[in-house]
Design a protein around this ligand. Structure first.
Ligand code: EPU
Length: 423
């Protein structure tokens, strides 16, 4: 298993090209299923989760051709006129829960499919009951047998009104994709408002879908008989940008985040970082994040967009370990997303957890140690802690990191700091 050695006591000073968002690329790839004319996606991040999605699409009969570009991105051309398998197998779904995103598109285009139930996950139970409830509201018959969801809509899906009791990102994406070719109008209430959903809707509109209200809590879709070929560039990854901003803060350095409107994509995170330790300056095509001279403790609560993203909680916690006082973090999205606490503690952090709240008592310094990545975002929080620590840190199980951060060593080198991968 590969590891990353992080040399402590380094300072970030440089510029980083932010890649396309994993959580946009995955639903966009499954959106290709909706049209027999295929889809071309640009700015796709070369990540292991993207490779897993490509394997799943290929299992269904989609032909995917991938070419690498100079700017850390890939272009993926999905040819979708020979789909001949309608089952997403357990072997792939267990590796990546976002595989569930084939459910809406397969049902919309073919009227039947089966998708393995994803099973447990390190950060929470992660049920898909709301995806299924919404599809049932649109007339699908849904059965659970042998660990699989069997869904059928023999005479096609019907437009419906569905209100999500809680905000779900992939749930909204699945129903949005199911609705674009349904008969009549679908209204999704209390829909998730994440920028990645807007990106998906914009791509579907390029493919001929009739959608309004994306980015608000009410999305309206009028079904059309078919979608057509389109080209789309994947939205920039706000979580990767936030992670590198924290790298600047924790190392008392500075970084230029290149490639997007990060003020719009990370409103609450930026506000909290300004309160804590960073000054932001607008630069052409990006944002500069500069250490403000101290790391002040902050309290925050994770919640759906536009609030503080849960996907930046672990990285922010690493920073707060070195704050000049006590911070309180309330994790309201996932019930078990504090696995990094025990690893940070191995580096000298002082954190106590009670239910959904973590109280971080800032310490003077962290000390390098061998630590283990427990999930994707936790993995980078340990790298960040390692950059600021005294001595070296070796992060094990970096396959978690490779799911969502491409070219991490190269990008960190672009920021002026060195980490080495140990094969
Ligand atoms: N939930 C239900 N029932 C459902 C669906 C969700 O109870 O049918 C609950 C979940 O258990 C959770 C909450 O609703 O407590 C929110 O879950 P959501 O469905 O929004 O999460 P997701 O769509 O499975 C996406 C991202 C995650 C990110 C969350 C929250 C993708 C592929 N994944 O997951 O990304 O944490 O939204 O923003 O878009 C990551 O990138 O590290 C990651 C975990």
């Amino acid at each position: 298993m590969e590891k990353i050695r992080v040399y402590g006591g380094q300072r970030v000073n440089g510029s980083v090209q932010i890649s396309g968002a994993k959580n946009s690329a995955l639903p966009l790839l499954t959106a290709s299923i909706l049209s027999e004319e295929g889809l071309t996606l640009r700015n796709v991040p070369p990540l292991s989760d993207v490779s897993t999605m490509l394997s799943l699409l290929e299992t269904l009969g989609v032909e995917c051709s991938v070419s690498s570009n100079k700017d850390y991105s890939e272009t993926v051309i999905c040819k979708t006129d020979s789909i001949n398998n309608f089952t997403a197998p357990y072997a792939i779904v267990k590796k990546m829960r976002a595989s569930i995103l084939v459910l809406g598109p397969l049902l919309a285009r073919y009227g039947h499919c089966s998708v393995s139930l994803p099973g447990g996950c390190a950060i929470g139970v992660r049920p898909i009951d709301l995806h299924l409830k919404g599809l049932k509201a649109m007339g699908a018959q849904v059965d659970l047998r042998d660990g699989y969801v069997y869904a059928e809509a023999k005479s096609g899906l019907k437009g419906a009104e569905f209100e999500f009791p809680i905000s779900t990102v992939t749930g909204t994406e699945n129903l949005l994709m199911a609705a674009v070719m349904a008969d009549g109008e679908t209204v999704l209430k209390n829909a998730a408002r994440e920028p990645e959903i807007v990106d998906l809707a914009n791509c579907l509109i390029k493919m001929g879908a009739k959608i309004e209200g994306q980015g608000t809590s009410e999305i309206r879709v009028v079904g059309v008989p078919r979608l057509h070929r389109a080209e789309h560039s994947v939205l920039v990854d706000r979580i990767e940008a936030g992670t590198y901003a924290i790298a600047a803060a924790i190392t008392k350095g500075q970084v230029d985040l290149i490639g997007g409107d990060f003020r719009k994509l990370l409103p609450t995170f930026i506000e909290k970082m300004e309160e804590c330790s960073l000054i932001f300056e607008d630069i052409p095509n990006g944002l500069r994040a500069k250490y403000a001279g101290e790391i002040r403790p902050i309290d925050f609560r994770t919640a759906p967009f536009p609030d503080f993203p849960t996907d930046l909680q672990a990285q922010t916690m690493a920073l707060l370990c070195l704050a000049s006082g006590r911070s309180v973090i309330d994790e309201t999205v996932w019930e078990n997303r504090f696995m990094h606490v025990a690893e940070l503690a191995r580096m000298g952090a002082n954190i106590s957890v009670s239910g959904s709240q973590a109280t971080v008592h800032g310490v003077d310094h962290l000390v390098g140690a061998p630590v283990m990545a427990t999930d994707l975002r936790a993995s980078f929080s340990l790298v960040l802690a390692g950059l600021a620590a005294e001595g070296d840190t070796v992060v094990d199980r970096v396959y978690h990191l490779d799911r969502g951060y491409c070219f991490a060593e190269k990008k960190l080198a672009d920021c002026g700091v060195r980490v080495d991968r140990i094969k």
